[in-house]
Design a protein around this ligand. Sequence first.
Ligand SMILES: Nc1ncnc2c1ncn2[C@@H]1O[C@H](COP(=O)(O)OP(=O)(O)OP(=O)(O)O)[C@@H](O)[C@H]1O
Ligand SMILES: [Mg+2]
Length: 511
Amino acid sequence: MKNATNVIEMRHIVKDFDGFKANDDINLTLHQGEILALLGENGAGKSTLMSILSGLLLPTAGEIWVNGQKTEVKNPTVAKNLGIGMVHQHFMLMDSFTVLENIILGHETTSGPRLDFKVAKQQITQLSKRYGLNIDLDQKISNITVAQQQRVEILKVLYRGANILIFDEPTAVLTPQEITEFIQVLRELAKEGKSIILITHKLAEIKRAADRVTVIRAGKSVGSFNVAEVDDNRLAELMVGHHVNMQLTKTASKPGEIVLKVDNLAVKNKQGIAALKNLSFNLRAGEILGVAGIDGNGQDELVAALSGLTPVDTGQVIINNQDMTNHKVRQITENGVAHIPADRQKYGLILPFTIADNLALQTYYQAPLSRHHILRQDAIKHNAQELINKFDIRTTGPNAQVGALSGGNQQKVIIARELNRDSNLIIAFQPTRGLDVGAIEYIHKQLLLEREQGKAILLISYELDEIMQLSDRIIVLHDGQISGEVQPETTSDEELGLLMTGVKKEGTALA
Ligand SMILES: Nc1ncnc2c1ncn2[C@@H]1O[C@H](COP(=O)(O)OP(=O)(O)OP(=O)(O)O)[C@@H](O)[C@H]1O
Ligand SMILES: [Mg+2]
């Protein structure tokens, strides 16, 4: 249902945060019924621009035209009434409420003084059927997967009658299979005449899903292009302003001693169901072991057990020849483990703290950050400035709040802190989630460098490309067990796909 009518025109948008221009004269046009990708580096100003469009932030200057009319989107209610709905980069759902309650929250239908759940439920069920957004409406948010939570967010905006939908990095949290389904949903929405803005760092997705792409760089407009007319290299170049080398060079691995030994590990999930079933594997120094698999097959529990966040039922975790089973996080950390968690805001950062304090979280009680049990603020700040430079964290300085950083820059803070620490085992769970291609290239190079320096790296990722590019060996998790072990040079996406769905590999000596 593409149509040349402009449903949205953002003209010369400026957003100033205390003298820092996150948006600096940006133009964006959205046609009715199209899928427009919004592309830009971490910190380029994408989320800011979309927050302005959805009434969460007021622009410092510039105009917004909706359906040909100049409008002031003063607050989210105005946006909602204009039919603008946004699914945010970090979801905004109430954990202890059900799916249904979350969807109708703030938009309740009543019959007399009581909430009318029945009518709402019927309407939402219809919406979910129409767009293929399957979900159990009576489940609590805390019990459903991230992909399901995203469906809740989409239903929420649809239920509010949105016909202009903004998605801020929706696929960053999805597996390849879920991404395919999601793109299908987007197409369905566009076919029905809805207009969509899609923020993503994945160039392949822009190719698959979008009609046009608008590129911004460092808060400024670069231009808009028909997707069919630009290739990946050109897009990457437009985005970062210089050529990006998307191919990695990797030396042969020189595996040393066993650093991590997982022996017959069994762990239950939050619902008390067996999530890891007698899992066994080794990881050696100087080696990257990739753990592939579809989300929800034991990855969360494996990482939680290794890092001390969840109790182990039976089996052992040996790290650097010491039994670390059911030890405390601090003890495990001090035994040489660095941990890059998948959920950066829940486990990786303290959002109201400064960058400097977040960068000191694991080592604040040691020299040089402390002396005689007293924090040395100058050393903490100095440490932060060094890491900000080294990891190219885009910020105003060490005292900025981590919560005010762009998503990708929050991730860089965690990576900087964990890689900078003295460790010989790195547990990297989705380390490049939400990062732009330039930043991914940088992190991948860092991980390979750490490997060359003899560190052992456990890489758990839902990105097959990442697993294939970095790993020396790959194990595939399915239903809490290893369904196969393969070499990246000799396997294929198809073989991995089969293993991921639980079809075991012939002749694999399992566990
Ligand atoms: N509330 C705020 N106060 C101060 N600075 C902010 C605030 N919100 C955003 N910024 C800054 O504005 C810049 C743009 O941030 P924004 O979140 O829009 O980036 P983004 O393009 O969405 O990046 P990412 O791809 O990493 O999500 C960043 O440098 C960020 O630190
Ligand atoms: Mg963002």
